[in-house]
Structures are given as C-alpha cells and as structure tokens.
Design a protein around this ligand. Structure first.
Ligand SMILES: [Zn+2]
Length: 103
C-alpha cells in the first residue's frame, strides 16, 4: 500500500493555531488557582502543535519549560536572568535552564 501523505491544509493549521493560543490564554488565566491545570493546557497545546507540525512562536516557547513542560510565570515559578546577551529561564521544578538570545 502506498504511503499516505497528508496534505498540509491551511484551514486546519489555522484552527490548530487558534486552539494553541486559546490554550495558552487559559493556562495564564488558571495559573493562579491551579498551576497543574496550566501544565495540562501546555501539554495539550504542544500535542496539537506536533500533530499539525506547527512551530510554536518564540513568545509561547518562553512560557513553558522545555524539559518538563510546566507552565512558567517569570517571578512566580521561574527565575529569569540575563547572562552574556542571553535571557536565561530557570525551571525550579526540574532544574532545567533555557537560553533565549536577546534580539
Ligand atoms: Zn522544568
């Protein structure tokens, strides 16, 4: 049987992107009450992105830990430092550092 190649549909990608944005908004809203719920939203958003082969924008990438996928809020559960022209995010949950270059 020939391999099926799924055509990238702009419409479904658009819907997926809207869903990802919504999930991150929900994660932000629910963080104060239940940060476990926020982590769950991040997990779902990542799964949608992977399924639809969408690259998460850098603004969203900074909002969760690359290692344990916890939703991070700078100053609350995440330490932000600037070192050698790089923004360094530290996740206390799994002790993982993430480096983002400064534009
Ligand atoms: Zn982490």
């Amino acid at each position: 049987m020939p391999k099926k190649h799924f055509k990238k549909s702009n419409k479904t990608q658009k819907i997926a992107k809207a869903r990802i944005n919504l999930l991150f908004r929900l994660a932000k809203e629910h963080f104060r009450e239940d940060n476990k719920l926020s982590d769950k939203y991040v997990k779902i958003a990542r799964r949608i992105a992977m399924k639809h082969k969408i690259r998460l924008p850098s603004s969203l990438k900074k909002r969760f830990c690359k290692n344990c996928h916890a939703y991070l809020v700078p100053g609350v559960n995440c330490r932000v430092r600037i070192h050698k022209h790089r923004i360094i995010y530290y996740c206390p949950g799994c002790k993982h550092f993430m480096r983002h270059p400064v534009k």
